[in-house]
Write a protein of this length. Structure first.
Length: 202
């Protein structure tokens, strides 16, 4: 990200999750990269490297304490930057697999993402792979709006087309399954008009 304004547009949205890694210049032309770092760390643990042409050991330590994964001084070698970022992305991917939650609550319904079933009060319903990915994406970003472009990329692995109603159909089926098991749990998945969907806890 090369400007503060550019970064601010996406920091507080789910679009930040599109990034495998982020590189921020500390001394931006219109702001401070440290402020962007702090804002990003409120929302995500995406690998993040700061670069700067000035600073000392204390300033670098402060940045790492605030959540930077690495701090590189200029002049930098692009190959070194790529290597450091690849290492961080790999480590994050390994942690995500280890930390993934297979049991996800949607209201009073428990979704077993590994077995692909949702259950409540002794009753179970099967869910599809796509439904499981929708549940996982919404729950991971609970109480935040998940845009349709974000969900299409992470659920169907394709770009969002405004004429494509596949996501709406899947969400409608999910709500019906949830309501079949627990009437009020169907309200956990909310439509955000003009944006996408949001999971809200009961």
């Amino acid at each position: 990200m090369s400007t503060y304004k550019q970064a601010a547009r996406i920091v507080h949205s789910t679009e930040i999750d599109y990034f495998d890694g982020i590189v921020i210049e500390v001394n931006l032309s219109d702001g401070n990269g440290i402020e962007i770092l702090q804002a990003i760390r409120c929302n995500t643990n995406v690998p993040l490297i700061l670069i700067s042409g000035a600073g000392d050991g204390d300033s670098r330590a402060d940045a790492i304490d605030l959540g930077a994964d690495d701090y590189i001084m200029k002049p930098l070698h692009v190959r070194e930057l790529h290597a450091r970022m690849r290492r961080l992305v790999t480590q994050r991917s390994e942690r995500s697999v280890q930390q993934r939650r297979d049991l996800v609550p949607l209201g009073h319904v428990i979704c077993d993402l590994q077995r692909r079933v949702m259950a409540c009060s002794g009753s179970e319903l099967r869910i599809t792979d796509a439904e499981a990915r929708i549940i996982e994406a919404l729950y991971k970003n609970r109480n935040r709006v998940c845009s349709k472009s974000f969900l299409y990329k992470n659920v169907f692995f394709r770009q969002f087309d405004p004429h494509d109603k596949t996501l709406d159909v899947y969400v409608s089926r999910l709500r019906k399954k949830l309501k079949h098991l627990s009437e009020e749990s169907g309200d956990c998945i909310q439509t955000v008009r003009g944006s996408g969907y949001r999971y809200t806890e009961l």
